[in-house]
Ligand binder design. Structure first.
Ligand SMILES: [Zn+2]
Length: 197
């Protein structure tokens, strides 16, 4: 990708290059990751987190801001997002501490979230990251002494995205089907552990 951009720049006229660099500089100055979800926007909280018309109880977890843009094309998804900043990849030295997993758990612990949708790339890193986060949420939700702290559903997109492909390039119809067919990853212990009268 960066090679393609480099060749494109080499073919530009000098004026265009100056404009282009100016635009990149502007974006670099203005755009920052949202303090809530990690999406890059020129305001924080970003426009999505600041939108009260959205359902803030449903959080779609994606790897990158580009993936968020792809998912935002699924018109009937009206929740909010959490951008991890990548996927676990031991070979590349990317561990849990390099991703925004703790801030996700923090958001969950603040309450009010009923579903986490894991929309990671359908590749090995995406799969193992989904498993890791799902387990983390499960033990986090279960609390310290086995006392249920949160009741939360963790779902993942239906298979249907070609394996090894990137979410970012999936078409809207494929994403829509993957969303509608999403499955629960782990069933949390029931909230009421006391016998019901
Ligand atoms: Zn945000």
């Amino acid at each position: 990708m960066s090679e393609r951009i480099a060749f494109h720049i080499l073919r530009m006229q000098e004026n265009d290059i100056q404009n282009f660099v100016g635009t990149v500089q502007d974006a670099w100055d203005k755009v920052k990751p949202c303090e809530t979800c990690g999406y890059w926007d020129d305001v924080s909280p970003c426009r999505i987190c600041g939108d009260s018309a959205r359902d803030h109880a449903v959080v779609c977890v994606v790897e990158t801001s580009q993936d968020l843009v792809a998912v935002s094309r699924v018109r009937n998804f009206n929740g909010v997002y959490h951008v991890l900043g990548g996927a676990l990849s031991p070979l590349d030295g990317v561990g849990p501490q390099d991703l925004k997993i703790n801030s996700l758990l923090q958001r969950i612990s603040e309450g009010g979230i009923r579903e986490i949708i894991l929309a990671l790339n359908p590749d090995m890193e995406g799969e193992s990251t989904s498993d890791y986060i799902s387990k983390k949420i499960r033990s986090w939700a279960a609390g310290q002494n086995g006392a249920q702290m949160f009741e939360i559903k963790v779902t993942r997109l239906a298979q249907g995205l070609p394996a090894g492909s990137e979410l970012e390039y999936a078409d809207e119809m494929t994403l829509l089907r993957a969303f509608e067919g999403r499955r629960e990853m782990s069933s949390m212990p029931p909230a009421e552990t006391k016998p019901q009268e």
